[in-house]
Write a protein that binds this ligand. Structure first.
Ligand code: ZN
Ligand code: ZN
Length: 380
């Protein structure tokens, strides 16, 4: 397609999905739902899920008027006193020698605010949806602003092998963070992005990028025993008024010899999670969104609440999950600590151990499974 931005899109060249051989026993013959592309310029990708409901114009106007303009239902209550805020939602600096190294055993997860998570395991470091900027917006002066600073900057990060991007919304695909990571790490970092976003990265001079459709699998370059898979979510994607559905949205699975990691990005609840669990579960660790979910009448199709997040944790058969997509930007009007507090409550209501689906402070890291016997131990 010729260049005629902003009115039509330029197609990315396809990345060939590969059959990745490895030590996994995944059930590739299980039934899955594929992405849906209408071929219509304005609304290329659409959700295939029956649970998806596009908010109608009336709903959008009602939300704009009651919630955005009138502030009705604004229960955020973020303390204006910094000391008080620090005491309930601290920001810790994750610097230190330990953090700079991938742990020899187990999985270390560090929450860097919102949906940005650093996971270090089996010799690799993977960063999800990096955003270190002060606003989730195309503009530096307007748009959702952080009420908690990023716990570190790009220059503080340990060596990275891969960055995964769930979708193109500004709180998940931050142009400055992408450019800063590329400036610091260059081609040492491999970018895994949804179908349709390859050109966006190429235009920034980034060549080490693959864009995938749901269920596509690729190896991590130079690590044939590491597999990245793009899997579904129920969401949507745009970066301007005219480009809705140009880029796919989804979640990511990462498999190494000893461990598995799932990143949920941004999603409403859909049957896709049962399909991911059937094909690839169980997972050792998942990062699942738990916030920006009120009011339910408007947000339910695109953002899970804590109860639905727990359902995802169970669908995927996760051993441990960490709650993300909360406590950083005011995107919706629930009480700012509600995602964290309700997660504990709902885990208890279901008779589950809140330690199995937990939250971290900003910049807090935790090392999981380091005491367990690994494949390497057996080979030795
Ligand atoms: Zn989003
Ligand atoms: Zn989001």
């Amino acid at each position: 397609m010729s260049s005629c931005w902003p009115f039509c899109r330029e197609d990315d060249e396809d990345d060939e999905p590969k059959v990745v051989s490895g030590p996994w026993n995944h059930r590739m013959d299980s039934q899955v739902t594929h992405s849906k592309n209408t071929g219509i310029i304005w609304n290329n990708y659409v959700n295939p899920w029956e649970s998806w409901l596009m908010p109608g114009l009336c709903g959008l106007l009602k939300w704009q008027k009651t919630v955005v303009c009138n502030g009705e239902g604004d229960h955020t209550n973020i303390p204006s006193d910094l000391a008080e805020l620090d005491s309930v939602l601290p920001v810790k600096c994750p610097k230190g020698d330990e953090w700079q190294q991938v742990p020899p055993k187990g999985m270390r997860v560090t929450w860097l605010g919102h949906a940005s998570v650093l996971v270090q395991f089996d010799g690799i470091s993977v960063l999800t949806d990096p955003i270190f900027s002060s606003r989730a917006s195309p503009f530096s002066f307007v748009g959702p602003k952080r009420y908690r600073d990023a716990p570190c900057n790009v220059e503080d990060l340990p060596k990275l092998d891969a960055v995964v991007i769930s979708h193109a919304h500004y709180d998940h695909l931050d142009a400055k963070s992408v450019s800063d990571i590329h400036a610091r790490f260059g081609n040492d970092v491999n970018w895994f992005v949804p179908k349709g976003l390859k050109k966006w990265f190429n235009d920034k001079g980034i060549k080490t990028v693959v864009h995938l459709d749901w269920w596509d699998e690729v190896p991590l370059p130079k690590h044939d025993d590491v597999k990245f898979v793009f899997t579904p979510t129920q969401h949507w994607s745009n970066r301007a008024l005219h480009d809705r559905g140009w880029y796919l949205w989804g979640s990511w699975c990462v498999f190494t010899r000893n461990h598995s990691f799932f990143f949920g990005g941004d999603t409403g609840y859909c049957n896709g999670f049962k399909e991911i669990g059937e094909r690839y579960g169980p997972f050792d660790l998942a990062a699942i969104p738990i916030g920006a979910c009120e009011p339910r009448w408007f947000m339910k199709p695109q953002h899970v609440d804590q109860k639905e997040a727990i359902q995802i944790h169970q669908d995927l058969k996760c051993r441990k999950s960490v709650g993300v997509h909360w406590g950083t930007f005011v995107l919706t009007y629930e009480y700012f600590l509600e995602p964290k507090e309700k997660l504990v409550e709902e885990m208890q209501n279901k008779g589950l151990d809140p330690k199995d689906f937990f939250t971290l402070d900003h910049g807090e890291m935790v090392l999981l499974f380091s005491e367990e016997v690994s494949t390497q131990d057996i080979e030795v």
